[in-house]
Design a protein around this ligand. Structure first.
Ligand SMILES: Nc1ncnc2c1ncn2[C@@H]1O[C@H](COP(=O)(O)OP(=O)(O)O)[C@@H](O)[C@H]1O
Ligand SMILES: [Mg+2]
Length: 232
């Protein structure tokens, strides 16, 4: 479904060049559940960025269903992202002036026609699924960090994404809420949604079918220790 072929990416900042990704090869099958562990700065977020087409690689290619995304053009990639990709970041990106429900509907607001009742219902269902139906009309500022993260997940669900990229989705949540989010992600994965998730949580990483570990921009052997802070 998604293939990363020989991808490298370097960043130049303040006179130093950081090789964030070094010749990464990786394939995600439809319905797969991939976890990515590794120390801070090892390239996990950059890898997720490249896979979700938000970061352009210096070398190598990303293929979606066999098609090179670099050859799709800006509009093609835009359509792909809107249609098939859901992204949840470590720090939710919600529009501060929009309610929770409106934030969930954000993927559809580029359409010229107004959002119909069935889409609004679906958005409410997604909020319900993350336990936030009662906060549909709240602004992000009136939600806790964990609740804001759950709105971001509902937003990824509403468009029936084929693949969800989650960068430390439980990183800012208490463990009970984190467990709930993981149950949700596992349930969605069981229904066919492919999930690629960066996490430092060993227990959560172990829920994935495919476990990857990154070190210095390269994929290390899976199943090893995540980082110095994690138990062996
Ligand atoms: N936009 C950027 N500009 C400069 N350096 C960056 C940028 N993004 C990431 N890096 C660097 O690339 C390396 C990998 O970063 P990142 O992918 O965020 O790692 P991780 O998510 O594993 O903590 C780090 O050294 C980071 O400082
Ligand atoms: Mg990161």
């Amino acid at each position: 479904m998604l293939e990363v072929r020989n991808v490298s990416k370097a960043f130049a900042a303040e006179g130093t060049v950081t090789q964030a990704l070094h010749r990464i090869n990786l394939a995600v099958a439809g319905g797969d559940f991939v976890s990515v562990a590794g120390p801070s700065g090892s390239g996990k977020s950059t890898l997720l960025g490249v896979m979700s087409t938000l970061v352009a690689p210096d070398e190598g290619a990303v293929l979606y269903n066999g098609e090179n995304v670099a050859a799709m053009g800006e509009r093609g990639v835009d359509r792909l992202r809107r249609r098939d990709f859901g992204v949840v970041f470590q720090f939710h990106h919600l529009m501060p002036t929009m309610t929770a429900l409106e934030n969930v509907l954000l993927p559809f607001l580029h359409r010229l026609r107004p959002v119909g009742a069935s889409l609004a219902d679906r958005a409410r269902e997604c909020l319900e699924r993350v336990g936030l139906a009662h906060k549909a009309d709240c602004l992000p500022a009136h939600l806790s960090g964990g609740e804001q993260q759950r709105v971001a997940i509902a937003r990824a669900l509403v468009k029936r994404s084929r693949i969800l990229f989650a960068d430390e989705p439980t990183g800012s949540l208490d463990s009970a809420t984190g467990d709930r989010i993981m149950e949700l992600l596992c349930g969605l994965n069981a229904e066919g949604l492919a999930v690629v998730m960066v996490t430092h949580n060993e227990e959560y990483a172990a829920l994935a079918r495919t476990r990857l570990t990154m070190r210095d921009g390269m994929l290390a052997d899976a199943g090893g220790t995540c980082c110095a802070a994690c138990p062996a």
